[in-house]
Design a protein around this ligand. Structure first.
Ligand code: SF4
Length: 375
């Protein structure tokens, strides 16, 4: 039995969501565009918010979702029906700009190849594709390209002004560059961070020299993500082979440096969780290593995206998520660093195993994203 919205979120991550005809028809009537753009494995689901402000990115296109007992229905309002329980939910549409084109002298592409908004944040991707090929990711299947700065700046402005889904912060993400493109990418970080009128976070594509962390701070970047993803080094060699060559020590030292520069509450690191990736015990060691360094661990539920090499594998189980969540809370508390599970932005929790706890560590939709937590 699913009793509350916390359990509903974990259920949807592990079992997916089916869409009824009534919900599909209502969605088409209320919002121009599809239910999801399905542009990236970990954000490919349908975004919804519950009446107690839990944001959920519910998998709909993975194989397991077809067998889900959870059904999105519309009858005067949207709700999820599951095992005779009903949960009122508010759908979060795709941005209105989803069908607009960016044009310059050399290029005509959809704006969504430059950036995509989910809930309140636009994720821009200066590098299309990726030189690495992590098994849970589908970015490497896209052709490698460097995106024009003008287009990246334009899509941020368009996203801020979007009538359906206005963005209030930016994440610079995207694929890992070839070594010869690193200085180009650093220049993009600088240009975006110094010109954006909304806060900018960077998901760092790590490389040898740590000095760029200080530069990000000088350019006004609000927060950074340095993702470990797989903590066990043997599993990492299998799942994220190129990234694993940089070693866990390299990442942990980089994270420590970033916390010194940005402070607690402004550095996070994502761990992809689920038995297909690594076991619970090993993920929890990762949570501990991060929390002890003052870095927010982010529990990212593994979903076997249909365009990834792991598309036939099991998603993370409900029981593993429940254990990981509650044990991680304890680990963070015991670390004494004041850190909690990330992300701090409540709408950005949609594809993570995190929940608001009514403290000022977490930032709701109408609060300042640059505020530091009181530790
Ligand atoms: S480095 Fe990042 S973008 Fe590239 S394949 Fe791995 S997860 Fe995907």
């Amino acid at each position: 039995m699913v009793l509350n919205t916390t359990e509903l979120k974990l259920y949807l991550f592990s079992r997916g969501l089916k869409i009824s005809e009534s919900a599909n028809n209502a969605w088409q009537e209320f919002f121009p565009g599809p239910l999801t753009l399905g542009e990236y494995a970990s954000t490919s689901g349908v975004c919804i918010r519950t009446s107690d402000d839990i944001y959920i990115n519910a998998p709909v296109s993975e194989y397991f979702a077809t067998k889900s007992e959870a059904l999105l229905v519309y009858e005067d309002q949207f709700f999820i029906e599951i095992r005779r329980e009903r949960f009122i939910v508010f759908p979060i549409p795709v941005p209105k700009y989803h069908d607009q084109l960016y044009k310059d002298q050399n290029l005509v592409i959809p704006y969504t190849e430059l950036g995509v908004t989910h809930t309140d944040r636009i994720r821009i991707q200066p590098i299309g594709g990726c030189v690495w090929d992590c098994l849970f990711c589908d970015s490497w299947t896209t052709n490698y390209s460097k995106k024009p700065l003008q287009g990246l700046q334009e899509v941020i402005e368009i996203a801020i002004n979007d009538q359906l889904l206005p963005a209030r912060h930016v994440l610079i993400s995207g694929g890992t560059p070839y070594p010869e493109d690193i200085s180009w990418l650093e220049n993009i970080y600088m240009k975006i961070a110094t010109s954006s009128r909304i806060p900018v976070d960077v998901m760092v594509a790590a490389w040898g020299d740590y000095s760029f962390i200080s530069h990000l701070k000088e350019w006004g970047v609000n927060a950074v993500s340095i993702n470990i993803e797989v903590f066990n080094e043997e599993r990492a060699k299998k799942i994220i082979p190129q990234k694993a060559e940089l070693t866990r020590k390299y990442y942990l030292d980089l994270i420590e440096k970033a916390v010194n520069v940005f402070g607690i509450g402004s550095v996070q690191s994502l761990l992809v969780v689920g038995e297909t990736i690594e076991n619970v015990k090993s993920t929890l060691l990762g949570v501990e290593a991060l929390a002890n360094r003052g870095c927010m661990p982010i529990l990212s539920p593994f979903r076997p995206g249909p365009k990834t090499k792991l598309k036939d594998k099991n998603p993370v189980s409900y029981d593993d998520m429940q254990r990981l969540y509650f044990e991680s809370l304890k680990i963070c508390e015991n670390s004494g660093s004041g850190v909690k599970l990330g992300p701090r932005c409540i709408p950005c929790m949609h594809n993570t195993i995190t929940f608001p706890d009514n403290t000022d560590f977490y930032i709701s939709l109408n609060q300042d994203l640059t505020q530091k937590p009181k530790l």
